[in-house]
Each structure stands twice: as structure tokens, then as C-alpha cells.
Design a protein around this ligand. Sequence first.
Ligand code: PHE
Length: 344
Amino acid sequence: MDILAALDSLVTEFESGLALASTPESLEELRVDALGRKGKLAQIMSRLPELEPAARPAAGQKANSVKERCNALFEARKQAILAIRESAALRRFDPTLPGRAPWRGSLHPTTLITEEICAVFSGMGFDVVSGPEVEHDYYNFEALNMPAAHPARDMQDTLYITGQTLLRTHTSPVQVRSMLARRPPLAVIAPGKVYRRDSDLTHTPMFHQVEGLLVEEGTSLAHLRGTLTIFVRAVFGAQTRVRFRPSFFPFTEPSAEVDISCSICGGEGQVAGQPCRVCKTTGWVEILGCGMVDPAVFAAVGYPEDISGFAFGMGVERVAMLKYGIGDLRMFFENDARFLAQFA
Ligand code: PHE
């Protein structure tokens, strides 16, 4: 084939090759094959000496225009392929799909239960109060009728900061602070963090308590029982039964521990024929400690001798575990989003 005809067919071949190519990579292959240093155009031009010297400049010009034409065809096809790709990517994006909802936080179950407990007592006229977590020995122990040699003050159980300051081991020091700050009659409810040197499957070094205190002339154990029964039924349901078991606390006399009928098995001791793992088949679970304020505590805060009152304290995580049937205390401290999201 003569050189000029070869140049023409190079363009047609190149053009039909481009039409078949569908990726930028295969386009580039075609370009190198036609226009590259060892490509078809170069091969054709190496035959230039075959021509009469007079015909050579025209052949050279034609070769240049072939090169320009091929480059232009290449560029146009490449743009077309990129445009197709882009529109395919756009089609994969479906603007009618609903948006992703942003993650929404929720209150921690400890907070929820604390608020629920406080709301019940607020409804009965108790004021919500708080006290410091770093507490003086006097308020945490001494004024609560736990003198220096009392076993509960042991380094084994209490996190001391200095000789006389410690992380409060219960919310009961708020009783003392409230009585010193007010005059009877008074009724307060005090939620907050407490700390003990205890860490195993069922104990954490920090947990939450709610403390209650009511002081008013003529208060009796019956008032305590009535108040706690209202509370228990508000949180665990109207069918819940309440039982007082004699107990001991240095700052109350008499003292009791309160059990409620198991919220998981309804007091049956069994769930669907299986032994209830929450109450361990007894049908009862302990929920709080309470009692009539010991006269020694009234004396410590300078209250009149004939005054009376009751106090109670409960663990918030414990109430939450019983209410929601949560078997593992660690759930409250691990912040597993799958657990927390269930309280949203
Ligand atoms: N402070 C006690 C405890 O932490 C609970 C309690 C409070 C008992 C008030 C009686 C009265 O175990």
C-alpha cells in the first residue's frame, strides 16, 4: 500500500478501534499502538525514503495532520467515556433514599432511675438535695453514731484521701448536713455517687445511692412503711408486696431491710417453669435499708430529744437491675452502646 493510502487507513482503523474501547486504559493502548514511538505512524513514516524527494514534504504534512486528527479523536472518546462513568456513578446515588438518622444520645439508666425515684418522693413533698462526694469523717461516720473504732470505718472498706477526709461510703452524711442546715419538720431526698473499696462481679468501687430523711414530731415506723410502700409500688407496680426484715444500722433504731416481691417472677420464684435467677426462687429481693433515726444522731446535730424521724438508703443500680431484670452490674459502667440504646 502506498504511504498516503496507509496514512488514511491508519485514521479509519484508529477511529473504529476507539469506538470499541470502553475504558481509559484500552484507549491509551490504542493510542500508543498508533502514535507511539514504535507505533504504526512511525512505521509508515520510516518508509518516507521510498518516495520521490519532491513528494516527501506533502507526505510529511499529511503525517502531521493524521497525528493531530488521531489525537483529537482520542481526546473526544476519552471525554465521552469519562462522562458515561460519571453518570453511572450518579445513577448509583439514589436521592430518593431516606437520609441516615443522626445518632441520638439518651439518658443513662442510672440517671433515669435516679430521676424516677426522686420524682416519686418529690411528689410526696421531699426536697431533692445533694452533698459533697469528698466528705469529712465527721459527717460520714462520727455524727452517724459510728465512732472511731467502728468496723465500717476500716481502711478495708473506705477510700481515705487524708486522715480525716474520705470519699463518702454512703449518702447518709447528707442526712447530717441537711439536719444541720434546716430545722424540723424536714423531708429530703439525696441522690449521688458513693465509693467503697470493693470491686468484683457484684461490687464496683463507685455506685449510686438515694438517701431519704424525714424528721417531724410524731413520726412513726408506720409512716416509714407507708412512705416506702408508696415508693415501691410507684416504681415496681401496684401489685408489688413489701416486707420489713429486722436489721442493724448504727444511725437508725430500730432498723430494717426492705424486701419487695420479685419484680421478675412476680414473687412466684419461677419464670416459665424455670427457677427465677433474680430472687433465686425465694420470691423476694432486698431493695433498701431503713429505720427510725437514732437519738444519738439527733443529739449530734443538736435536735430536740423528743423529735423523731425516719431514714432510708438504697442503691440505684440495684433498683435498676431489679426493675429492668439486668443481671450484670458491669453493664452500668461499660457504656456499651447496644445496652444504653435500649433506654432511649
Ligand atoms: N447508709 C446505709 C447503707 O449504705 C443505708 C441506710 C440509709 C440505712 C439510711 C438506714 C438508713 O447501707
